[in-house]
Design a protein around this ligand. Structure first.
Ligand SMILES: NC(=O)c1ccc[n+]([C@@H]2O[C@H](COP(=O)([O-])OP(=O)(O)OC[C@H]3O[C@@H](n4cnc5c(N)ncnc54)[C@H](O)[C@@H]3O)[C@@H](O)[C@H]2O)c1
Length: 252
């Protein structure tokens, strides 16, 4: 039974990339806390279906279709969530895409696109909601990194660089906004079995390697990350900021 944090009830939460995968599990976890959840994603079909299902269960959730690489559109989506659900007290910077890209094939446009998909929106989403958090007397940002840069995994150097940048941004924002009681933390997942991972990368050989590497042999699932995100956003984590929580079953 997941923990319930009473301070999250009626809080307005934004989850980027919340239509599927880990983001959708995070959306569901906040809805279960009684929070009001704004979901930003470019997958309109999945995002609408998720929000409709949650609304059917009595939750308050709003979907904004947006490509987060488009910063004016990202800003407009946050304005729309604020108008519908109230000032934003929690931001979960989750959206990303772990496409593989050999170093020798990366051109400047592709490099910029990778950074826009995997990092840039975290800065501008944070920038857009921080005034709300300051006015509310506090808030929490939780940003998704990865253990990829920590293990030095190859095959996706710009994704890895973007995921390192997530940590630098979070530590800097934690320093600048701590005086306003705004906490900024990072989750670094190991291998989490989303539909995308299962479809693209999960082979029997890779799964055996994963089970060998992890201390806990089981496959981690999106809910393993969602529960930590909810904890870090809650007042139970009120003394934690500027930190990276690894959730990898003991891979590192
Ligand atoms: N699954 C893993 O094993 C794993 C491991 C380490 C880190 N992570 C991180 O966890 C987070 C979630 O990953 P996931 O595995 O759930 O991914 P996913 O691909 O399953 O879901 C990502 C969601 O983000 C959305 N999205 C992607 N680009 C977007 C854009 N430009 N604009 C709007 N929405 C966009 C997608 O539509 C999708 O709904 C990411 O930050 C990822 O880097 C995941």
């Amino acid at each position: 039974m997941p923990a319930i944090y009473p301070d999250l009830r009626d809080k307005t939460v934004i989850v980027t990339g919340g239509a599927s995968g880990i983001g959708a599990a995070i959306v569901e976890a906040f809805a279960a806390q009684g929070a009001r959840v704004g979901v930003l994603d470019l997958d309109a079909e999945a995002g609408t279906a998720l929000v409709d299902r949650l609304a059917g269960d009595g939750a308050t959730a709003q979907f904004e279709p947006v490509d987060l690489r488009d910063i004016p559109a990202l800003r407009a989506a946050i304005v729309a969530v604020r108008a519908a659900l109230g000032p934003i007290g929690v931001l979960i910077n989750n959206a990303a895409r772990d496409d593989r890209h050999p170093t020798e094939e990366v051109e400047p446009d592709y490099f910029d696109e990778r950074m826009a998909t995997n990092f840039r929106h975290q800065f501008f989403a944070s920038q857009a909601v921080l005034p709300d958090m300051v006015a509310l007397g506090g808030g929490a940002v939780v940003s998704l990194s990865s253990i990829v840069p920590m293990v030095g995994m190859g095959g996706m150097p710009v994704y890895s660089a973007a995921k390192s940048a997530v940590v630098g941004l979070a530590r800097s924002l934690a320093r600048d906004y701590g005086r306003h009681n705004v906490r900024v933390n990072v989750i670094a997942p190991g291998w989490i079995m989303t539909e995308r991972q299962k479809t693209l990368w999960l082979t029997p050989e890779a799964d055996a390697m994963r089970a060998e590497r992890q201390c806990l042999p089981r496959r981690l699932v999106p809910e393993d990350i969602a529960r930590v995100a909810v904890f870090l956003a809650s007042e139970d984590a009120s003394g934690i900021t500027g930190q990276t929580q690894v959730v990898d079953g003991g891979w590192l």
